[in-house]
Ligand binder design. Structure first.
Ligand code: SIN
Length: 490
């Protein structure tokens, strides 16, 4: 345990530096450092697991799975409910751990903890509703049934941008369905994952049902998780490039896969939009987590007749955003996760300005130094610029004018990605037309934040496969077994 860790929380037992396999907290021969991105201060030295520990976790999960699946749905639901309640009760500590290792402002971290807990609440309830079907039989004396059964052992690899909710979004439906679960959290943010395991243990999640593999050895551990024959389902949130590699690895054992990958979200502002509402939505969509989410608006496509007034209003709001350490009250934008992340943003902004984009505000590192980047608005961006084609993952608004609806839709869809899109208009018919025409898994109309445990989250095209959350989310962890039962007389 990291008794010397500078993270200030009430329940120190939530700070763990070991991995969690089969209900046992295990050290490793090597450790890795976790740093606070706002200050660079070391928070912990965490066990650095490898393929041996990962294989042991798969064996433990496979051993635990039949007994977990054999419990009644009501039992599993009650355990998930306890886990949910413990997370809600520990929200302040979990938020402080998250802000320390990830950098997002404390209020936003608390929001993520509650968002993450909501998946456990929702899927705990759904556990009781994994109904099968009785199919009207074509023959007397025979019954045709479709049973829904747990897939088996599930492995997941989760990202640093949502250290809590991207785990619970996968673990909750898996456990509710009767699967067991192994997660490899991002090496930048293992402490939130380990704190979730402490609370799972307290909630009575049985040994081997929820396992955490902290590691820096992504490719070796990833190989075990994607290629081990006992893992029946693999779920990943992260970049499209890595998702493609992992999907290829899963092919060797024909695993079920869910992939939540990169995006290039368009944010359309039409000439009839409420521009003030569009500015509020733009801030929420773009600057959440300092622009480091897969659903952050990446391209602001604005109708030419309103582009100047929208840019002016947005720039005033962006320039007023308070940047700083996420623990400081009033801060709404923390640091980026790493020096590499800042360098990527710098490269994209430099390339855009070299090709004629104009810096309206920001455009450089923040005066605070380190990995802080100034909230930025770039005008005069064109669809051909790299900044409009790659996921920025930083606090930069790019404004691209369009002429009419057809132009806007064509530009919005001109990308291999298809995760989230947003449109602002007061015209109901236009809103419907645009929502239908956008080639995206999710569309926000006059809304900048669309994520909720109640709705199916996921992408199309190269943004992914499968849905997380909602009643569809549990299907990803269930197989359908057809049973034809004959000899019933009649
Ligand atoms: C993500 O960036 O991967 C998820 C964001 C969300 O759930 O809103």
């Amino acid at each position: 345990m990291t008794s010397h860790s500078p993270v200030v929380i009430t329940d120190r037992a939530l700070l763990c530096d070991r991995g969690f396999i089969d209900g046992v907290w295990l050290a490793a021969s090597k450790t890795f450092a976790v740093h606070n991105p706002a200050s660079g201060v070391e928070l912990a030295q965490v066990a650095d697991f490898g393929p041996t520990e990962t294989t042991a976790a798969v064996a433990a999960a496979a051993h635990a799975q039949p007994a977990w699946a054999a419990r009644t749905a009501k039992d599993r639901s009650a355990i998930l409910r306890r886990w949910f309640e413990l997370i809600v009760a520990a929200q302040d500590d979990l938020a402080a751990i998250m802000t320390a290792e990830q950098g997002k402002p404390l209020a936003e971290a608390r929001g993520e903890v509650l968002f993450g807990a909501a998946f456990i609440e929702w899927f705990g309830e759904e556990a009781k509703r994994t109904y099968g079907e009785v199919i009207p039989s074509p023959v007397r004396g025979r019954q045709l049934l479709a049973l829904r059964q747990p897939v088996g052992v599930v492995a997941a690899i989760t990202p640093w941008n949502f250290p809590n909710a991207m785990i619970t979004r996968k673990a909750a439906p898996a456990l509710a369905a009767g699967c067991t679960f192994i997660v490899k959290p991002a090496p930048e943010t293992p402490l939130s994952a380990l704190a979730l395991a402490v609370l799972a243990e307290r909630a009575g999640v049985p040994l081997g049902v929820f396992n955490v593999i902290p590691t820096t050895r992504a490719s070796e551990v990833g190989s075990v998780l994607t290629e081990h024959p006992l893992v029946r389902k693999f779920s990943f949130t992260g970049s499209t490039a890595v998702g493609k590699l992992l999907m290829a690895q899963c092919a060797s054992t024909v695993k079920r896969v869910s992939l939540e990958l990169g995006g290039n979200a368009p944010f359309l502002v039409f000439d009839d939009a409420d521009l003030d509402a569009a500015v509020v939505g733009a801030l929420a969509s773009k600057f959440r987590n300092a622009g480091q989410t897969c659903v952050c608006a990446n391209r602001f496509l604005v109708q030419s007749s309103v582009v100047d007034s929208f840019t002016r209003k947005l720039a005033v709001a962006v320039a007023a955003l308070t940047v700083g350490d996420g623990m400081t009250p009033g801060v709404v934008q923390g640091p980026l996760i790493s020096e590499r992340a800042v360098q990527k943003v710098e490269r994209l902004v430099a390339d855009a300005t070299a090709q004629g984009a104009r810096v309206v505000c920001g455009g450089a590192r923040h005066a605070l130094g380190g990995t802080f980047y100034a909230p930025t608005v770039l005008a005069g961006v064109t669809p051909a610029m790299t900044i409009a084609r790659e996921e920025i993952f930083g606090p930069v608004v790019t404004i691209i004018p369009f002429a009419d609806d057809a132009d806007a839709i064509a530009m919005a869809n001109d990308t291999p990605f298809g995760l989230a899109a947003y449109a602002y208009t007061r015209d109901l018919a236009r809103a419907w037309r645009v929502a239908e025409a956008l080639e995206y898994g999710m569309v926000g109309i006059n809304e900048g934040i669309i994520s909720t445990e109640l709705a199916p989250f996921g992408g199309i095209k190269e943004s992914g496969i499968g849905r997380e959350g909602a009643r569809q989310g549990i299907d990803e962890y269930l197989e359908i077994k057809y049973v034809a039962m004959g000899g019933l007389g009649g």
